[in-house]
Design a protein. Structure first.
Length: 138
């Protein structure tokens, strides 16, 4: 009985750590899927942002992409502020086809601070970040 009482705090700590790490992995997977959905949505021709176009149109498209990412996260019972969704559209990514061909791509980065259960006081929150890149269809 004494041994059990001595080991119980360690076992509880281990159990809570496993749960916290599992939640962190789940949220990382959700962010990956949300970033992928946002990149797929931003690569559609209707979401093309002109490089020298109207600033209002650019803001509207970026807001639409952010809303799409947030809607995906809310569907999965996860919500983050829109300020944590970073949208970069029409970025040129190098594609190695043997001749150094470049294509236009949409890149979406989603990040936020996940509060830890055990170490919230002395380690602070863990930053969870996901990035997805899709080739533009325009």
């Amino acid at each position: 009985m004494v041994e059990f009482v001595l080991m119980l705090p360690l076992l509880v700590l281990l159990f809570v750590g496993i749960i916290d790490f599992g939640l962190l992995i789940r949220e990382h997977q959700l962010l990956n899927n949300a970033a992928r959905e946002g990149a797929r949505f931003s690569s559609l021709p209707r979401n093309q942002i002109a490089t020298a176009g109207d600033a209002g149109q650019q803001a509207a498209v970026q807001t639409g992409i952010q809303d799409r990412v947030k809607a995906y996260l809310q569907q999965e019972t996860q919500s983050i502020p829109s300020g944590f969704v970073t949208v970069t559209v029409a970025q040129t990514e190098r594609v190695d086809l043997g001749n150094g061909t470049s294509i236009g791509a949409s890149k979406i980065t989603v990040s936020y601070a996940h509060p830890l259960i055990l170490a919230n006081g002395w380690l602070g929150p863990a930053t969870v970040r996901a990035t997805a890149i899709f080739p533009n269809l325009y």
